[in-house]
Design a protein around this ligand. Sequence first.
Ligand SMILES: Nc1nc2c(ncn2[C@@H]2O[C@H](COP(=O)(O)OP(=O)(O)OP(=O)(O)O)[C@@H](O)[C@H]2O)c(=O)[nH]1
Length: 208
Amino acid sequence: MSGAKVDIKVVLLGKAYAGKTSLVERYIHNRFSGDTVPYQNTIGAAFGAKTVSVDNKNVIIGIWDTAGSERYEAMSRIYYRGAKAAIICYDLSDRSSFDRARFWIGELQKHEEGCQIHLCGTKYDLIAENPELRKIEERETAALAQDVRGKVYETSSKSGKDVALIFTNIASDYLKSLKNTEVEDNKEYMVPLRDASNKRFVCSGCKI
Ligand SMILES: Nc1nc2c(ncn2[C@@H]2O[C@H](COP(=O)(O)OP(=O)(O)OP(=O)(O)O)[C@@H](O)[C@H]2O)c(=O)[nH]1
């Protein structure tokens, strides 16, 4: 599989103003326009893609940045379908955005079981500058991440802190899961010889 291209669908979910678009902008274009351009809410969803090289493989990460406004909630459901990973964003300085993150976790657990959850506390630069602004403690998010068997990050799209790390981890976790699936698939075909007499011979990629 070396040199092969792998596609991954990733979706960003979270309350309006949580910082989803800024995270994608930092990751894809390595820029932050929050200091110069006024906030504009996403309407519906936006798509972007970036190719990363992980373990000698080119991984194309297709990123769906959904609108946080509850008005678009039904639409966001369409975008998480088939996603291999979700980045659930909440603003570290806004408690209500964490409640909204829990809502999206519930949605994914109900409807998209195979989707890996990455919890992303945004705007870390604000907390670094003034720790009193922190409204979500690290131990809370660590416990939640453990519950959902996900990963947790504290990022800043302004400084770039840990933004690329999320996407690299998503790509490498996905490649690992593919390897595990290959092993599992091969197990199916490893019929012990003494049991094989009544079975059709089945090999990977062909059925006889
Ligand atoms: N200081 C700081 N501000 C940020 C950061 N990330 C986002 N912001 C600001 O927070 C506001 C909302 O950011 P967006 O990225 O537009 O939020 P969003 O989640 O995409 O919002 P919707 O499109 O409405 O869902 C903007 O004014 C950003 O400039 C960050 O890491 N640090």
